[in-house]
Design a protein around this ligand. Structure first.
Ligand code: DX5
Ligand code: ZN
Length: 228
């Protein structure tokens, strides 16, 4: 399933959890330097939350922003999380803009098989996401086809919301069904209080927006999120 180089952070076995700052809580007027600071502080990759105002009640960022970040930080892996109704409309543009990985939602209005093919054809690794109320069985038919499963632990739309602990049970169920070369990503309300539950449930890719960008010392926070 590995379609990228051996340094690709999504594929292949890993020994420690990866930490991905979600740039949604960065200062958009100082985005480049904010992102550089998280990488200097030990972040493994950057998570871009793309919202279309239809799938979720917020509008955030598009391919132009992704391209600018890629130009500024060409060696940094970009993990694009599409919270949009029609993901295939945007896949090629984000791939051209430097995305290395693209995750779409099973709740989007498109056939997951078509979206998976579209993302692979664009040269990116593929993730499938589920919202908090969605049962894990809804992604089961596609689990073997993707590189990553993303469990939303808040209802998507905004950073800074509280972690929904009920998702931990289905996270464990998904974890048991993933191969060693597949990642399990938790996104929403991940902070120093909730992160150990996420790791114990099997998550090896931890997204945090407010917990990182709202902290005094990015390096201390990122190290603590990753765990011992
Ligand atoms: C939520 C986004 C998350 C969000 C996380 O809709 O998908 O990535 O930015 O924000 P925090 O970590 O503040 O909950
Ligand atoms: Zn996200």
């Amino acid at each position: 399933m590995s379609i990228m180089s051996s340094t690709h952070p999504i594929t292949g076995r890993i020994t420690k959890p990866l930490v991905a700052p979600s740039i949604l809580s960065a200062d958009f007027a100082a985005l480049g330097s904010d992102c550089e600071a998280t990488i200097a502080a030990g972040a493994d990759l950057l998570h871009l939350d793309v919202m279309d105002g239809h799938f979720v009640p917020n509008v955030t960022m598009g391919p132009a922003l992704c391209a600018s970040l890629h130009r500024r930080l060409p060696d940094v892996f970009l993990d694009v999380h599409l919270m949009v109704t029609a993901p295939t409309l945007y896949v090629e543009a984000f791939a051209k803009a430097g995305a290395g990985h693209i995750t779409f939602h099973v709740e989007a209005d498109e056939d997951p098989a078509d979206v998976i093919k579209c993302i692979r054809d664009a040269g990116c690794t593929v993730g499938i996401a589920i919202n908090p109320p969605t049962p894990w069985e809804s992604i089961e038919p596609w689990l073997s086809e993707v590189d990553l499963a993303l469990v939303m632990s808040v209802n998507p739309g905004f950073s800074g919301q509280s972690f929904i602990g009920d998702v931990l049970e289905k996270t464990k169920a998904i974890s048991q069904r993933l191969r060693d070369d597949q990642r399990l990503e938790m996104d929403g309300g991940v902070n120093l209080q909730t992160v150990s539950d996420c790791r114990e449930a099997g998550c090896d890719l931890l997204v945090a927006a407010s917990a990182i960008f709202g902290s005094e010392d990015f390096a201390t926070t990122i190290t603590a999120l990753r765990g011992a």
